[in-house]
Design a protein around this ligand. Structure first.
Ligand code: ADP
Length: 631
């Protein structure tokens, strides 16, 4: 705002300065020109004056010429008049004046230098001219005017002609010399200034400005107008004031008729001088403004450079602090991440151990569940042993040693069977896992053996087909094969179906695989409990380098909402006390630990099928090396 005001003020000041310079220039030029004009007038006026004075004596001298006096005495004498004309003409030519002529007392022209010219003055009467009257009264008559016959302007000088040729005597006539001032006018033409010669009324009659001629500087009064008309000074010319006053001028009086020689300095020069001064001022101011601007710009550039340097330094400082800040933040984030990672590690560790504990817990829980079955299983041979022992004693008392020996053999068999059952339980409770080659058919048979009393108790048919390439459907539940494992059916007593194909061998822990299978069988048993048809089937298959154990049941299948949570720990649909919801979770993690997969789906017939899939171990080694259950 202030800068704008300053700029406006500066502009105004500059404009004022330029105008003032122009004005001063104009004034100075005007003064100079006036001075010059005055000097020019000083030179011009005496010229004019002396020219006029020079001719004043000519008519005076002529007045004493005998030719003139004689002609006045005998105006009717033609030879005298001829002689007069002749001598006037000669003198006129010699003196280089416009015309010389002589009038009698009435004003009638008797003789003239231009007698032989068509517009000659001879015979003309000029008594109305003031100069005639003056001379008639013995004085010199001076007059400027336009010739009434020739229409040529001139300065008339009239002198009396005395009758006896004696000055002061009676005046017989008047002799007049007419002088042209046109030459002066001619010399003024070269001047650039307007020059004018005005009479005592202010009427211009000579000028280098042709349009000024016979114009007055001021309007003329009525008396003056009348006088001009009477003397016919400017003949018919109507004298009007100049339409426009020519402005300032210098003047100087000339002659004895109150004339003024005037010089009007050329205004164009004044204007030009003013313009030049203004221009000079403008240039000066422009230069000053340009220098100021350059200085200002330079200062601003320096300031800007300084500012930008400071801004840069500030930015660098900010960047530095930002970097420090960000580094600190990153360090903290990093620390945070490390802490999180450590916590994650700890959690993972905890999960791992929890998982292991869960596996163990699951096993123990199952052990408890199995305890009832096992007790039942052991009770039978135990009762048989007692009965055989009692009978053997009786046979010995009766002296029947052969029968007693047979009974003792039965006792041995029964105890062997009990040993087998106990061995199973021992292996199941073991925690440490031992990875070795497992023949799946054996594991299937072992788990079926563990569960068979349960199945039998519930009256559920368990079909087992351990031939690896058996089609899944052929042993589906309801296939007709009833429970085929009796109390004598040990692991070695299973159907001998894998004779025509290599056994399915996988790498893993036999106990754990059996744990999984028992789990699946138990779930299948639970599933068919209330079903109209109560069948469970186990089959084996070889698929793409994998071995599969498929456990199918004729139960209600897995509902959709259950399927999503099937393998989640503690998810169960069973009443409390019956299910923990751990079975499938533990089984799945066991299978995954062996690089296998446990999946479930519903069969078209309605029941569920669980598939345990493990990678096949291709080398077929001696069966004796196989980890199998101790007998
Ligand atoms: P639990 O047997 O203690 O309930 P599981 O993890 O073994 O725990 O089983 C989880 C759930 O899966 C069961 O409660 C049951 O609803 C469902 N399930 C398991 N096996 C079958 C099956 N063969 N048919 C239908 N549902 C089953």
């Amino acid at each position: 705002m202030r800068a704008k005001l300053f700029r406006v003020l500066a502009l105004l000041a500059a404009a004022g300065g330029i105008a003032a310079a122009g004005w001063v220039g104009t004034l100075r030029a005007q003064a100079d020109l006036m001075e010059q004009g005055r000097r020019q007038l000083e030179l011009m006026a005496p010229d004019l004056q002396s020219a006029m004075e020079k001719y004043e004596t000519l008519p005076f001298v002529l007045g004493f010429q005998p030719d003139l006096i004689q002609a006045l005495a005998h105006p009717e004498d033609a030879p005298t008049i001829a002689r007069l004309n002749q001598s006037l003409q000669t003198i006129q030519q010699q003196a280089k004046v416009g015309a010389i002529y002589m009038m009698d007392r009435t004003g009638l022209t008797l003789g003239a230098s231009n007698w032989d010219q068509p517009l000659g003055f001879v015979g003309k009467n000029f008594s109305y001219r003031p100069y005639f009257n003056e001379a008639l009264h013995g004085r010199a008559g001076l007059f400027y005017g336009i010739g009434t016959s020739t229409s040529e302007a001139g300065y008339f000088i009239a002198q009396p002609v005395y009758r006896n040729g004696t000055a002061g005597g009676p005046v017989a006539g008047v002799v007049v010399a007419k002088i042209s001032l046109a030459d002066f006018e001619q010399t003024w033409r070269s001047s650039e200034h307007a020059i004018a010669l005005a009479d005592r009324h202010g009427v211009i009659f000579l000028s280098n400005q042709p349009q000024w001629r016979y114009r007055s500087l001021q309007p003329l009064g009525a008396a003056t107008m009348q006088e001009l008309a009477h003397t016919q000074q400017y003949m018919g010319q109507k004298v009007t004031p100049l339409s426009e006053h020519p402005g300032r001028f210098v003047a100087r009086p000339v002659g004895r008729l109150g004339w003024q020689l005037m010089l009007f300095p050329a205004q164009t020069r004044v204007a030009r001088a003013g313009l030049l001064w203004a221009l000079a001022a403008f240039l000066l101011l422009s230069c000053a403004a340009a220098s100021w601007w350059a200085l200002h710009q330079r200062r601003r550039r320096l300031e800007e450079r300084h500012e930008s340097r400071q801004a840069l330094q500030q930015a660098a400082r900010e960047l530095d602090s930002r970097i420090v800040e960000r580094t600190q933040q990153l360090r903290e984030t990093n620390q945070d991440l490390e802490n999180k990672y450590a916590r994650l590690k700890a959690t993972e560790q905890m999960l791992r151990s929890t998982q292991n504990e869960l596996v163990q817990a699951g096993k123990l829980a199952m052990l408890g569940q199995m305890a009832a079955g096992v007790t039942h299983e052991l009770n039978q041979p135990l009762a048989a042993i007692r009965a055989f022992a009692d009978n053997a004693r009786t046979f010995l008392q009766r002296g029947q040693p052969a029968q007693a020996e047979a009974n003792l053999g039965h006792i041995g068999d029964a105890s062997a069977r009990m040993g087998a059952i106990i061995a199973q339980l021992k292996g199941f409770a073991r925690k440490d896992e031992s990875i070795c080659q497992v023949e799946l058919a054996k594991s299937v048979r072992a788990s079926a053996f563990m569960m068979e009393s349960e199945f039998r108790r519930h009256g559920v048919a368990l079909a087992i087909d351990t031939s690896p390439d058996a089609a899944a459907g052929s042993h589906a539940p309801g296939g007709g094969s009833g429970p085929d494992a009796g109390p004598d059916a040990g692991p070695d007593a299973g159907p001998n179906a894998d004779a025509h194909a290599g056994p399915l061998l996988v790498a893993g822990d036999a106990v754990r695989i059996e744990q999984v299978l028992i789990n699946l069988l138990r779930n299948a048993l639970d599933a068919v409990e209330d079903a109209p048809q109560r069948e469970v089937a186990i089959t084996l298959a070889r698929v793409d380098g994998h071995a599969e154990v498929r456990i199918s049941d004729s139960g209600g299948g897995i509902p959709e909402q259950v399927a999503a949570h099937l393998f989640e720990p503690f998810y169960t649909t069973k009443p409390s006390g019956k299910g923990l919801g751990l079975g499938l979770a533990i089984s799945s993690s066991i299978v995954q630990a062996m690089n296998g997969q446990l999946t479930a789906h519903n069969l078209p017939s309605g029941g569920a099928q669980f598939v345990l899939r493990l990678p096949l171990q291709l080398e077929s080694t001696d069966a004796s090396k196989h980890a199998s259950h101790p007998h």
